[in-house]
Design a protein around this ligand. Structure first.
Ligand SMILES: *Cc1c(COP(=O)(O)O)cnc(C)c1O
Length: 447
């Protein structure tokens, strides 16, 4: 696409920072009141509820096929924990008081695939499997879905294939669940995908195709190949409504966890949520679900690497998926797996535009420092991308635009009652040796 960089510089005050790869904090001028935003939304509460009910139908199968989920009766969910030592350490390091409590949502520890992709990715495969089985009269909504964990069903599903383009984690989720059901799964991996992820998938008989190019190219090629095969279902991370809804189910689960911790969210007790963003489906779906529940009392921010700020670029310019970071001279090279995306989902950008409070960017160096700090203070291990949310509470309180956001929404005085949730999106499946290297990098940067 032909982009007039000079015009963008003149029009958007933060554009220079963006292309200079400096960290920035952007507040969304198109944020609307919840009531207005939901009226014009292509998705509703009813859509999310249906996704939630589908996951309940599948729970007996999940519990049987993945033993680690049995104690949660086949519901794939992660802990929500307070991280007071991390909060104290952040406040000291960045010389900034964070009003209220700091919590971490540990999607890094989601069962089955150890990342946020165990929400949307698994959901979409389950929905597709259900549609096929019901269509062929092998299953009804009233059945006990544990029957799916059987040779009879695996033989049935082996006639069908599933394909997906991925930087790694989505491929892991789709590959693991798809192979377990019996599908032929092909994962089209971008150049940045880690070797151990490819190895793990191949060990589960998943077909891994490797590309020299970035994520958008892997998706494009995967989509093209899948279109040639009528029995192949392509999971389109750039446009999928089902992925989005699978992620959105997280919100009602989180509401329950907040109640269990006796944490109130209401007009006097605002909730701030910081979500690492790649193509947008994961953070978008979760933020959408949270807005449905907490409405104007929740404030959602996306976090992107300084080298892959695709969502903020698309939202700021209003060009969504018609502009990529490469178009404005940014290289899309980051160690943050899952976030190395040059072009955002147009569907997510447009759907979330009236609901999203803002987007900020964070450098890779910062991610490694935060990774080490989380280990040192709380003993929790996550992968670099999962730390992108961690600096959000600092930036919101410190950056001029963050301070202005708080005052504009009458939040300044309420911050002592605030709850900040950092969405920790991945890490549990990272091999120990690689995790040690991540920690060491954080150590070296601190020195
Ligand atoms: C995929 C991923 C994200 C972001 O999800 P998108 O749907 O691509 O925006 C964040 N963190 C991790 C670890 C991921 O794998």
């Amino acid at each position: 696409m032909n982009i007039d960089i000079e015009a963008l510089k003149a029009q958007y005050p933060l554009f220079n920072r963006l292309i200079s790869l400096e960290e920035l904090f952007w507040t969304n001028p198109n944020l609307e009141k919840f009531d207005t935003a939901i009226e014009n939304s292509p998705l509703s509460y009813e859509d999310v509820k249906q996704a939630e009910e589908r996951l309940v139908r599948f729970a007996p199968y999940i519990a049987k096929a993945f033993l680690e989920t049995a104690k949660m009766n086949g519901i794939i969910e992660s802990p929500l924990v307070k991280i007071p030592s991390m909060k104290q350490s952040l406040e000291g390091d960045y010389q900034q008081i964070i009003g209220g409590d700091l919590l971490l949502k540990c999607d890094s520890h989601l069962p089955i695939s150890g990342s946020i992709k165990a929400r949307g990715g698994i959901y979409e495969v389950l929905k597709h499997a259900e549609e096929l089985a019901v269509q062929h009269q092998l299953l009804t909504f009233k059945d006990d879905y544990s029957v799916l964990d059987s040779d009879r069903f695996r033989t049935f599903f082996s006639q069908f294939s599933i394909a997906v383009g991925s930087t790694g984690n989505l491929g892991l989720s789709i590959g693991i669940i798809g192979a377990n059901l019996g599908f032929n799964v092909t994962v089209h991996m971008s150049a940045d995908a880690k070797q151990w992820k490819k190895d793990l998938l191949r060990s589960k008989n998943v077909n891994v195709v490797e590309y020299e190019a970035d994520y958008s190219k892997a998706v494009e090629e995967g989509r093209k190949l899948a279109e040639q095969d009528p029995n192949c279902y392509f999971i389109d991370d750039e446009n999928s409504r089902d992925l989005f809804l699978g992620y959105a189910v997280a919100a009602s689960r989180l509401e329950k966890q907040l109640k269990e911790l006796a944490i109130n969210v209401d007009e006097g007790h605002p909730l701030f949520v910081y979500l690492p963003c790649g193509v947008g489906g994961g953070p978008g779906g979760i933020a959408f679900g949270l807005k449905l529940i907490f409405q104007d009392n929740v404030h959602c921010f996306f976090a992107e690497p300084t080298h892959s700020p695709c969502m903020v670029l698309g939202l700021m310019t209003g060009l969504h998926d018609q502009i990529s970071v490469q178009d404005v001279g940014i290289d899309n090279l980051t160690d943050a797996d899952g976030l190395a995306v040059g072009k955002p989902s147009g569907f997510v950008g447009k759907t979330m535009e009236p609901f999203l409070s803002g987007v900020y960017t964070v450098s890779d160096q910062q991610l490694y420092k935060l990774l080490k700090k989380l280990v040192d203070t709380e003993g929790i291990h996550m992968e670099p991308s999962a730390l992108a949310g961690m600096i959000g509470p600092v930036k919101l309180s410190k950056d001029d635009d963050g301070v202005e956001y708080l005052s504009k929404h009458n939040l300044t005085e309420k911050m002592k009652n605030a709850t900040h949730i950092v969405w920790g999106t991945g890490g549990n499946m990272v091999p120990e040796e690689i995790m040690k290297q991540y920690y060491q990098k954080g150590f070296d940067i601190e020195e």
